[in-house]
Design a protein around this ligand. Structure first.
Ligand SMILES: *Cc1c(COP(=O)(O)O)cnc(C)c1O
Length: 391
């Protein structure tokens, strides 16, 4: 068996990409909001079904910029169960992250634990649709409305996810998507902000271009975070493969579930009702006491299967944060982080590769010789609460 990596970037048809970038040799217009940039913006507004889209050179600077655009101050409630970017974007805006624990079923921010963290200094909530799993969007919005807080979603994992047909990027005040090469949709590097408030459009355009408002006016301390034409062209071409890739990923996830559900002590992510998933990641929590997550990762690597401890360590345990935080205050997140692995998953993954990963895990199961066990994967489907109704 060849090496099986945790992810493999989807490449569009080569000729198609070349065709898309050809006219750049005529225009000599390679960046600063050119025709490809405008075309992709338009396509994404349609695809993500959101009124406004602002493109960025990467997801991280998009998040930094939207936090800056809202002129926040003081504390921001967020999740420690995420990629470094979410917290760094908050801190680099001079804001103080306050970590809220996660829900043991979805691994997203536990909305029932937000209120106890709110102080007079709280200005926003930054939840993460981690692995593409939809947060308790209604619960979070209720709290935000009650305390007049902004809600900015890190939707880096959630491209193409919908709830009852509604684009995930239309919840809260704004959402950030990442188009990094490892994400389900990519522009090599890239990202965007989706939002409804028209007045943010000028602000974001200025913030991603040094705060330049016009020829004679610089009115904000902006950054340089513009998406260039080659990135945008990659996005234009890749967008046409999204539905096909989603179907391929769905099949892989379904095969994984079939292959792993009878192995004792594993906890798999439940599917969410009324949610169209993008099947971005396949996290497995090695919950059973006899499992040793690190040992599984090592053994898989010895067999040429490369998984990731995604997300470990927890952000509040990072060397740069642990002096100011105590991860025992987010025990659910700490527990999951200590037991999780994300398995290889990419559109081009073959049936044999999926079978092989499942086989290896089954072979190394410490429960292999046990006669009797109760599978952990019989949890109910998680229901997204509708506005005005009670689950
Ligand atoms: C990828 C990612 C980001 C950052 O996006 P980039 O495009 O790589 O800058 C932010 N948050 C999460 C959860 C991510 O996975």
């Amino acid at each position: 068996m060849k090496r099986i990596l945790v992810t493999k970037t989807s490449m569009p048809d080569f000729e198609e990409y070349i065709e898309e970038i050809k006219d750049l040799w005529d225009s000599h217009h390679l960046t600063n909001m050119g025709v490809k940039h405008e075309k992709l913006t338009f396509m994404l507004r349609e695809f993500l079904s959101t009124p406004y889209v602002s493109l960025f050179t990467n997801g991280h600077l998009a998040l930094e910029s939207i936090l800056s655009a809202f002129d926040l101050s003081g504390e921001v409630i967020t999740t420690p169960y995420t990629f470094a970017s979410t917290t760094h974007a908050i801190v680099r805006n001079g804001l103080v992250p306050v970590f809220c624990d996660i829900d043991p079923g979805t691994y997203t921010m536990d909305a029932s634990k937000i209120e106890e963290l709110i102080t007079e200094n709280t200005s926003a909530i930054v939840p993460v649709h981690v692995y593409g799993t939809v947060c308790d969007v209604e619960g979070i919005q209720r709290i935000a409305d009650k305390y007049n807080l902004k809600v900015i979603y890190d939707a880096a994992h959630a491209f193409g996810v919908t709830v009852n047909g509604r684009g995930i990027g239309s919840f809260g005040d704004a959402s950030m998507f990442s188009f990094h090469a490892t994400k389900v949709f990519h522009t090599i590097e890239g990202g965007c902000i989706t939002f409804r408030d028209y007045s943010l459009l000028d602000k974001l355009n200025s913030l991603k271009n040094f705060g330049i408002k016009g020829p004679d006016c610089v009115d904000a301390i902006g950054s340089n975070a513009k998406m260039n034409e080659f990135q945008a062209a990659m996005g234009i071409v890749n967008l046409s493969y999204i539905d096909e890739n989603r179907k391929k990923r769905e099949k892989i996830v379904s095969d994984y579930k079939n292959g792993l559900s009878s192995i004792p002590g594993l906890k798999l992510l439940s599917s969410q009702q009324d949610v169209l998933s993008n099947y971005a990641y396949f996290p497995v929590v090695f919950e059973g006491e006899k499992w040793d997550r690190d040992n599984v990762a090592d053994k898989l690597a010895q067999n040429n299967v490369f998984v990731r401890k995604y997300f470990y360590p927890l952000v509040n345990d990072f060397d740069c944060y642990r002096h100011d935080y105590d991860s025992s205050k987010t025990p659910v997140a700490r527990h999951i982080a200590s037991k999780v692995l994300t398995l290889p998953l990419y559109a081009e993954m073959t049936d044999e590769e999926v079978d092989h990963v499942c086989y290896l895990i089954e072979e190394m199961s410490p429960y292999k010789n046990d006669m009797l066990y109760v599978p952990l994967n019989n949890e109910p489907t998680i229901h997204i609460k509708e506005r005005g109704t009670r689950a």
